[in-house]
Design a binder for this molecule. Sequence first.
Ligand code: AMP
Ligand code: MG
Length: 653
Amino acid sequence: MGSGMMMIPRPPDRGATEQEQFLKILSREDAIARFEAVLFPRAIPGETRRLANVLGAALAADVTAPIDVPPFDRSNVDGFAVRSADLTSAGEGAPVRLALNDETIHCGTAPKLQVAGGTATPIATGGPLPRGADAVVMVEHTQPAGPDAIDVRRAVSPGQFVSYAGSDIARGEALLRAGTIIGSREIGMLAACGIAEVMVARKPRVAVISTGDELVQPGGLLGPGAIYDTNGAIVAAAIDENGGEAVFLGAIPDDEAKLESAMRSALADADMLVLSGGTSKGAGDVSHRIIGRLGAPGIIAHGVALKPGKPLCLAVCDGKPVVILPGFPTSAMFTFHDMIVPVLRKMAGLPPRSDAKVNATVPVRVTSELGRTEFVMVSLVEGKDGLIAYPTGKGSGAITSFAQADGFLRIDALADQMPAGTAAEVMLFTPHVRVPDLVIVGSHCTGLDLVTAQLAHAGLAVRSIAVGSLGGLAAAKRGECDLAPIHLFDDKSETYNTPYLVDGLELVPGWRRMQGIVFRKGDTRFEGLGAREAVAAALADTACIMVNRNQGAGTRILMDRLLGGARPEGYWNQPRSHNAVAAAVAQHRADWGMTIAPVAHAADLGFIPFAEEHYDFALVTARKQRPAVQAFLDALGSDKARAALEQAGFRPA
Ligand code: AMP
Ligand code: MG
């Protein structure tokens, strides 16, 4: 190109601007259909491997048995090969004498002599049945009659103790199907047929890149505003769980040039690329712009009617799928399991994952946004008639803990709710559900872990689902949990918890915990004051910001009582946990709030005691005799748990 030539500016990339605003939101089903239509059918690359190296691989093609197993009619016992017709009259009082033929058939010996009428041939377990014989009589059922004969005192049926040729595996029979994951059992079947090597699907290599300036790899130091890269580890592991071979390339900052070079080199030697983050409309979000330059056809869907997960981006570059998962780890997991795993498994030559789905009843009504496929994280517990899927963490922010979740369910885009009692299909994060031995649903307290630790060490699986005191009581009434931890004050009787019990529930005293005002040590607005004075001081200072608690929390009730109708700055900041209150104060986002003493002390904050709360357990009487419940009650009363509770700042009842 001559230097005098005018440069014609490139027309703006239409695709990119459209996606920028999510103008074309596809339904989940459309997005899947379009993505798969570009990717499939495709050849699954296979490789031949020796039996010693095939464990865990997927068979690339059906395997047909090349021989009969066993290859000949074989004796199952040590004894004598006989003709059953000779022994029809044999009985305890009427032994039949058979003459012994002059050979002994061992494993691996081909018989030479025929078993003629009135004769028998000694045969070992695994020995081939000689010509003429049709059954074997066990040595225990015979008696020697001199060196050359035996007496038999039992009739035998034809075929007795004989494994016929091909009775295990018949030649020509489909031994194993394509897509079967080869385990020790499959290796045994292949070995029995003499197959030394098989064609297995080559695992697709999947490059994984996290994106974001804020990401630090686990093990590194968290600076202000930084978070650990969760998606990198979890996506890589989920790829390996689904037949891929993940190659994690770390977190790349939101820098177009750096990211483009990382994506190009990843695609050069991988079959698929999975990124996470940076797919929204944000200014720093660049990965989807790069995709257009990596190969045709490029972006297939960017913006899918999912909740959460709307910014999901699906692309194909020169035949290789390129996926940008949403940044929030839960959104990344929902979309990955729901929409990407099926593609990965097809590329890996695996059938759809049937082991990772269970049916369960949803005990409560779950509202859902019309027009978007909604994913809801659930925790599985055992109900009266099968599994119950408890929605967890819905609406509690995006990075919900996976700790208590087994999987998730999907609410159709056309539904505005899932009614209580719906039988739903739950997609499991990992294909093993371990139904908990003990289910605790209600208000969470850090003290609870100190008691349940003993159960966990004894091998009992404890599931505790934090839904607040009232939610816990409702679950207990429905019989969905063993225990509901509650701390509910009754104004009328001025007592805790007991007035809230109904038939079928009984109270197990737990511990007391001091609720009070937290502030940063050294804040002269609060130092040395009582709780009511401290609140008055806070209300008098307009620069003072509080942090509240969510509606329904016991702490919130106390706070509202203290405020007496005042709505100071920060009132509408309503996190859902004691720890969040402490974090807000410690990080200067708020100056005061209410939390429990152990949490305040752990965060090294100043604390003004206000009211001692009773944290007790509503026990479902019908479940009291269950061993795990008894173990919990024992643990609760143990010296060890009491000491641990006291140490942490609680006062055992
Ligand atoms: P983004 O789509 O990049 O705006 O990310 C959305 C949210 O997810 C932000 O809060 C990110 O900090 C968070 N996020 C993105 N990537 C990751 C990751 N790999 N691990 C944990 N959180 C992430
Ligand atoms: Mg980001």
